[in-house]
Design a protein. Sequence first.
Lengths: 71, 372
Amino acid sequence: MKKTMIAMTSITYAMKAKELCTASGIRCDVVRTPKNIGSGCGYSLSVRGDIEKAVALLDKNRIPHKQSYEI
Amino acid sequence: MINFDNSATTFPKPESVRRAVSEAVKKYGGNPGRSGHELSMQAAQKVFEVRAAAAEFFGAETENVAFTVNCTYALNMAIKGIMQYGGHMIISDHEHNAVSRPVYALSESRGVEFSIARITDNEEETLRSFRRLIRPDTKCICCCVASNVTGRVLPYKRIAKLCKEQGICFIADCSQAAGIIDLKLSDGFDFICTSGHKALYGPTGTGLLITNGEYPLSTIIEGGTGTNSALLEQPSELPERLESGTLNTVGIIGLGEGIRYVSRLGPERIRQHEQQLCSRFITRISERKDIRIYRSEAEYLPIVSFNIGDISSHIAAMKLSEKGFALRGGLQCAALAHDALGTTSQGTVRFSPSVFNTLRQTDMLADAVLSI
């Protein structure tokens, strides 16, 4: 089964995003970005649920992020 | 030994801080923000929780809290980050060397010009002193919230307002005041720089640089951040931009407990207790007419600087140490403040209690001072 991810710009934003999503009922975890997304090492939000809802929540709360992807 | 040198660093630390540090050494040994394995992620989670606690304490966004080694590093990062391309800045005549030395170094190496505002007992006069030094190329005012020598509180909210009116950056040295005064970014600070090991009761080797994000900083230290590793350019995202290299996880976790401890008690309650000790100390040592206390009618933090006759402050502090009391003599790393006080040659002896000191200990110290 594929996993849906949101690449984050930093671990701090990743953890802030996890806190926000969890509080809104979206299950997720912070994981090391498993492939080079952008410019090398980084962290992603692994979302177990509606990723579009998660992205919208981050945007609404001005949490910067990179692209969504699947592995 | 009874410690009355808490302005240098608080000791003892709260039991919760001691426990947290011990637990951190045992359990949180991974490198936070560098890997995806459990050890690293557990450490990163703890660091994030402390960052969030510090953000709440100072009214900041979590990502705008950067951990530093101490307040001196935080001040250097803020001052040099704002001023490294030149310009003019203003400091006060009550500054610690953590402000005055980096400013002087910038004047030597980068052509930065600086002016020194005079702090007087008249608040309006103090404000005028800052205002009249502002020039078209003034980029920032950097000053302490309170002097580390006398505890004198500067009119920091009005200085902040002046900065906002003039469109210049306000960098505050909150090292002595954080944990004693309830300071928030909303008081008008653009940068709060503080140590973590003083009135926040964290371990030594901890400090904070907190920003409202209005003034992006050039970096003075670059390196590994665990992100964007393929790029030579330092990442722009806070706080990682300002946190190159492995963090002091153990110290940070201890600092988190220190902040929670202060939050539970409340800065105002802590201040009242320490102020009570200062009042008692002043009353007791004032019995002796050749003791000079460096206070006026202005507002002070719970710090008392004094001298006994013309005895060198170093000698007086040494005699008190022999009697079992830790106080700091000399210039307290604040040459400008002593110039302003007129105590450059003698220095002062500094009494600075913590939440753990008692009236009985204060009386014992007063007896010792009176016996010198």
